[in-house]
Design a protein around this ligand. Structure first.
Ligand code: GAF
Length: 390
């Protein structure tokens, strides 16, 4: 168990026991991709793969960090925190945000472990940030509410990882609820828990096991392209603040004439918001077949218009398109690698994975990894009882 492993590693590294242990999960997103930073809607859920941190206070003003996975240490003074290109940057980013926002923290020991695959589009970085901010909030009794913790985690990603992400990943990790997806309005931050009732179908994640290096630079470029589209519409409609307020008609009139690439990006986002609202209604009505079809449409848009897919993801979606046991499939998260999310009939999962692994290997030479995702609670403290192995 990871909780045992992390507490053992903690005791070995820091020569002290009984740390506070916090678990923060990765996430899936059923539909609503690249809509969060456009003030649209998303439909994510926290899953049963999670990051764990174990923390204790130190008497000095230093941060002593240890990654169990990498078997590496990182030590820095509180006054000297800088971004790095290692796993430590997400933790340092959170500490930096806390300090900048005037929260009083001292030195601490922190061990990091977990089973969220890195680079799989399941938001391992958001999970590290959320686990860290939650743990430090407890450790130093900072009284920060959950929504503010989400903002701190998101800002850490912007400033220390350089990805100008929206709020979805950190929100889902922090606010997840067992067996529910979250319909989040990324403009007002109002949210609703919707039961994920899949009637004999399961959420299956197929990991391409690739992460193309473009992912963060292209992500930031997409954000700018959307902002450009909004700026052009705004010249004629001053009330428009984001793509949330934009219609296809506005895009046809004011953006298509200026730049076809920006037009296609914006068109995808406007349509995706519509798909999410309809797809969420369908989920609530139990019409998951219709929701599944929308997932295929989302993939088409992400691949052709938003251009954040890649050969490996397209192969996996194409391979299940005409399979009666798969209601829907699409790439998930930022893109350029990572996982596809699939709604698959429970009895058919094993055979499907076996078949796809062969197809994928033949087409790409790569191994396919598959997970059946369970929907779990968001960030929480792991009690002493849960991790004690005596
Ligand atoms: C990444 C980002 F971190 C999210 O904010 C979101 O934009 C997602 O890509 C795409 O929907 O996971």
């Amino acid at each position: 168990m990871i909780t045992n492993r992390i507490t053992n590693a903690f005791a070995t590294q820091f020569d002290t026991s009984d740390p506070l242990v916090v678990r923060s999960p990765g996430r899936v997103n059923i539909i609503g991709e690249h809509t969060d930073y456009n003030e649209g809607f998303v439909l994510p859920a926290a899953i049963d793969k999670a990051i764990y941190v174990a923390v204790t206070k130190r008497d000095d003003e230093k941060l002593h960090l240890h990654s169990v996975d990498f078997n590496q240490n990182y030590v820095v003074a509180l006054t000297d925190i800088q971004p790095t290109d290692s796993w430590a940057t997400y933790i340092l980013g959170v500490a930096d945000q806390l300090i900048k926002r005037g929260h009083s923290i001292g030195g601490f020991n922190l061990a990091l472990d977990g089973d969220v695959p890195i680079g799989a589009g399941l938001s391992s970085s958001a999970a590290v940030e959320c686990a860290t901010v939650f743990a430090l909030n407890e450790l130093f009794a900072l009284s920060i509410d959950k929504m503010e913790m989400v903002r701190i985690a998101q800002k850490a990603e912007h400033t220390f990882a350089g990805v100008m992400c929206g709020i979805m990943d950190q929100f889902a990790s922090m606010f997840g609820k067992k067996d529910y997806v979250i319909k989040l309005d990324c403009r007002s931050l109002e949210y609703e828990y919707v039961p994920l009732k899949l009637q004999g179908y399961k959420v299956v994640l197929l990991n391409t096991n690739v992460k193309h290096s473009l992912s963060s630079s292209e992500y930031n470029t997409r954000r700018q392209e959307c902002e450009q589209g909004v700026a052009w519409v705004k010249e004629h409609h001053p009330d428009v603040k984001s793509l949330r307020d934009v219609t296809l008609e506005m895009l046809n009139q004011h953006v298509a004439t200026k730049d076809q690439i920006v037009y296609r990006r914006c068109k995808y986002v406007v349509k995706e918001n519509e798909r999410l609202l309809k797809g969420c209604e369908e989920l609530q009505q139990g019409n998951i077949k219709a929701l599944g079809e929308r997932m295929f449409q989302t993939h088409e848009g992400l691949s052709k218009d938003y251009e954040v897919s890649c050969k490996e993801l397209d192969i996996l979606v194409e391979a299940v398109k005409d399979n009666a046991d798969v209601l829907g499939a699409r790439m998930m998260g930022g893109g350029f690698g990572g996982c596809t999310i699939n709604l698959v009939k429970e009895e058919a999962i094993e055979a499907l994975i076996e078949k796809l692994a062969k197809v994928y290997k033949e087409a790409t030479g790569l191994e396919l990894t598959a997970y059946v995702a369970q929907i779990e609670n968001g960030t929480e403290t792991v009690t002493q009882k849960e991790y004690s192995h005596v």
